[in-house]
Design a protein around this ligand. Structure first.
Ligand code: ZN
Length: 567
């Protein structure tokens, strides 16, 4: 392939400017009806066809083979020269980014005075990156536009029209403004399909979708990226070739990260990210990749559709639908958006990416309201366990100032006060409450049974809304059970121990719903191996435990409302 695709397939006629047809049609009509303006302003993101449209306009105004529909012929000497952007008597292209001074403006003014080369010709100035022009340059231009010479047309192209509005507001009233559409992935895919068909190259749909995503709204980039893939060798364009050429991460890697998050495997984040780093991935791409997949998962959870998803990913996200709650996905996307501007500039992208995933994995999940209400509603007075771990006065939840929202909810939903027997006999539905033991006969506690039912214990605690305690328990292991019913729990780390200690009474109560015989809960810290793990979870649990020790009322509020300490 001798000619780059982006160049080879750059439109030569208004009709070819497919995505911006609203602008192309208007411009062509202006020529047909002889209503060409003196100045145009084309606004739009990069790669949307601003310069291309300006050149087609210049070609149409100066084509040697004038047709009735005023489409440029694309083959005459004038068309060829303008299309290629090479020197032409009638068309001057100026890159404002490199022509900013007063002299240039003066030069521009002088040059504008020169008439077009022939009576039926137009002099067209195409000024790219127009927002970079200085105030002085704009002032010079304004003078020209106030008394425009005949058959002189200015086309300003910019990605940042608001800067022009700031620097040269009066100019805006003298230009005809067109806002070019952002090119969507579907547009890019359509265009790539057409181009590749003309080149007799087949491409996998997933490969096209990836190219379209990577192009990020720029048709020029899409074609250049396709060139890049083709430069790796002849043949069809496969998803794998696109990944290789563009250094993209396989979609399944994102699914794996998603599973880390939903399974709350915060500890596995570091290895997973480290492995990706070994591949030499671009963390900025990784960040937008994870954003894309969270966004897609959110859309699927909400029952919406995501047009640019491969069938494989769509099916996989569908499988995970019931495991995510839209509120959690929204919070993750918010965290991600907050991080993004800082991320681009950071020299610590891997660290930031890891930390973000750990936060996602440890994010306190939105608690099912009914579960919480069940956990507290039926018999608030029994909340304070009779276990030896109790170390504070029972707090009256009904009079607590923090309580009203929930109290209202209780009043609105009397069914939460239904007897516990109506709840299916799943462990998570059970409520730690001495006075209301489940009817099911319980087995005497021993270390093996405790180990076997550890996850149930975590679930019960989580279902009651004590997420910090549940997370600490999930990271802990049962260490010993004595004949007298003392249960020793080994916390995963020193920082997690206080969370379990302060929640000992709840653990005890939960244990009593599962087993016969628990009398007291003691906490130890697991061996050196786990020490020093400074995760967000540990820090949060630590801070929560400290605060709660110092403020019994806060303790009550945290439990009643599932308050999460905000960092
Ligand atoms: Zn022509």
């Amino acid at each position: 392939m001798s000619l780059a695709l982006a160049r080879k397939y750059r439109p030569k006629r208004f009709a070819d400017v497919a995505v911006q047809s609203h602008v192309a049609t208007t411009l062509r009509n202006a020529i047909v009806t002889d209503h060409v303006a003196h100045a145009y302003l084309f606004c739009g993101p990069r790669g949307t066809g601003k310069t291309t449209l300006a050149r087609v306009l210049a070609m149409a105004l100066n084509c040697e083979n004038r047709r009735e529909d005023r489409e440029p012929c694309g083959v005459c000497a004038s068309c060829t020269r303008i299309w290629a952007g090479s020197a032409s008597l009638d068309v001057v292209e100026i890159d404002a980014a490199s022509n900013r001074g007063v002299d240039d403006a003066r030069d521009l003014r002088e040059r504008a005075m020169y008439a077009p080369s022939g009576d039926d010709h137009h002099k067209v100035y195409i000024i790219d990156e127009a927002h970079m022009l200085t105030r002085e340059a704009w002032n010079a231009l304004l003078k020209i536009l106030e008394e425009p010479p005949p058959r002189v047309v200015f086309v300003f192209a910019t990605t940042e029209p608001q800067k022009i509005a700031q620097a040269a507001a009066p100019v805006l009233s003298r230009v005809q403004r067109f806002d070019l559409k952002r090119i969507g992935p579907a547009d890019v895919r359509d265009r790539l399909t057409t181009v590749l068909k003309a080149e007799k190259i087949t491409a996998e749909p997933d490969a096209l979708a990836m190219l379209a995503r990577a192009a990020d709204g720029s048709m020029r980039d899409a074609l250049s990226l396709t060139d890049q893939v083709l430069s790796l060798g002849a043949g069809n364009i496969t998803a794998q070739r696109v990944r290789d050429a563009l250094g993209l991460v396989h979609e399944d890697e994102y699914l794996a990260l998603l599973d880390l998050i939903v399974d709350r495997r915060a500890g596995d984040v570091f290895a997973a990210v480290g492995r990706l780093a070994d591949f030499g991935v671009d963390f900025s791409l990784l960040l937008s990749g994870i954003a894309d997949i969270l966004r897609a998962q959110l859309a699927i959870v909400l029952g919406g559709t995501v047009p640019d998803l491969s069938e494989h990913i769509r099916a996989e996200l569908d499988k995970r639908k019931s495991r995510f709650v839209s509120g959690d996905l929204l919070r993750m996307l918010t965290l991600l958006t907050d991080l993004e501007p800082h991320f681009r500039r950071s020299g610590q992208q891997q660290l930031l990416f890891e930390t973000l995933l750990v936060r996602f994995a440890l994010l306190d999940r939105t608690v099912n309201l009914e579960d919480v209400l069940k956990g507290m509603g039926a018999a608030p007075a029994t909340r304070s366990s009779g276990g030896g771990g109790a170390r504070r006065e029972p707090v009256s939840y009904d009079n607590s100032p923090a309580r009203p929202p929930r109290a209202t909810l209780l009043a609105d939903h009397p069914r939460v006060a239904e007897p516990r027997a109506a709840v299916p006999a799943k462990p998570r539905a059970a409520v730690p409450a001495d006075s209301a033991p489940p009817a099911k006969p319980r087995q005497p506690i021993d270390i093996n049974r405790l180990a076997e039912h550890w996850d149930d214990l975590v679930e019960i605690i989580r279902a009651s809304g004590r997420n910090v305690l549940a997370s600490a328990l999930a990271d802990a292991t049962p260490q010993a059970v004595t004949a007298s019913g003392v249960i020793t729990i080994a916390a995963g780390s020193e920082t997690l121990a206080p969370a379990i200690e302060s929640g000992a009474e709840h653990v005890l109560a939960a244990l009593r719903t599962l087993f016969d015989g628990p009398q007291r809960v003691a906490v130890s810290v697991a061996g050196q191996a786990k020490r020093g793990r400074l995760t967000a979870e540990n820090v949060l649990a630590d801070r929560t435990a400290m605060l709660r020790k110092n403020a019994p009322l806060l303790d009550a509020a945290i439990e009643a409302l599932d308050l999460r300490l905000v960092d």
